[in-house]
Write a protein that binds this ligand. Structure first.
Ligand code: XBP
Ligand code: MG
Length: 236
């Protein structure tokens, strides 16, 4: 029996990448005096690396192989990424990114039915807090029993670790849960944790391979969808 829904954040709850994360990275680069600028298209390629620090690291290797950051490389990337997080939370708190269609309604319907809710994301915890409080409801952090985010596990998606962490924290078996994702990497992560997964695609992910998903749809805004999800019709 379905007991819990576990949600990815970026691309699933909201289309945060293009106008949120990407812009925040570029602002942090400019602030640090770097002339790096990630276009919408280039950022789409860079999204194949999950995790912001990991993404910067990859970009350095591929696009600026001769660039030597001052001091320790890891620390320099961490500081740059910290500035990015500050810009990102500022953008989100200014409401530049709304929730995707149907997300709020599904969460509310799930709560009314007594389903348990969790989050399993690669992004930094502060980013999740900013999005939920601004775009969902001021008290919405309390809607989620577990918010598994960022560096809480060392191996980011597509590794299953973040889903394993959430399941363990809730003491739930994967067959009693349904995951919501938007990307190939997210689907790999959830499936490797044995979770049935609903995919809502977005501009960056629509051409990806979603073999193994229970359902692939454009968004959660279809009128009957929350009912079908909660009745288990989209699950296993
Ligand atoms: C999204 C990501 C994240 C964000 C950036 O993963 O890959 O890295 O782009 O977040 P998910 P940070 O869809 O699993 O949330 O810069 O905070 O890492
Ligand atoms: Mg995602």
């Amino acid at each position: 029996k379905l007991q819990a829904l576990i949600f990815d954040v970026d691309g699933t709850l909201a289309d945060t990448e293009r106008d949120g994360h990407r812009v925040a990275f570029n602002r942090a680069f400019a602030e640090a005096g770097l002339d790096w600028d990630w276009s919408v298209e280039r950022y789409g390629e860079l999204l194949s690396v999950t995790g912001g620090k990991e993404r910067i690291q990859r970009y350095l290797t591929t696009d600026h192989p001769n660039f030597e950051p001052p001091g320790d490389r890891r620390e320099w990337i961490a500081a740059l990424h910290k500035a990015k997080t500050a810009h990102y939370t500022q953008l989100i708190e200014a409401s530049v990114v709304p929730l995707r269609p149907g997300v709020k309604r599904l969460l509310q319907a799930a709560r009314e039915q007594g389903l348990r809710l969790a989050i399993a994301t690669t992004t930094t915890p502060a980013n999740v807090t900013a999005l939920l409080q601004t775009a969902l409801a001021p008290d919405s952090l309390d809607w989620f029993e577990v918010i598994a985010a960022g560096d809480i596990v060392p191996a980011k998606k597509p590794a299953p670790d973040i889903y394993h962490y959430a399941l363990q924290a809730m003491q739930l078996d994967p067959q009693d849960c349904l995951a919501f994702e938007d990307s190939h990497a997210g689907l790999q992560s959830a499936r490797q944790a044995a979770l049935a997964t609903v995919i809502t695609v977005n501009g960056y992910t629509q051409a990806q391979d979603f073999t193994g998903a229970s359902l692939v749809i454009d968004h959660l805004g279809e009128p009957d969808l929350p009912f079908k999800v909660l009745a288990g019709e989209t699950g296993k």
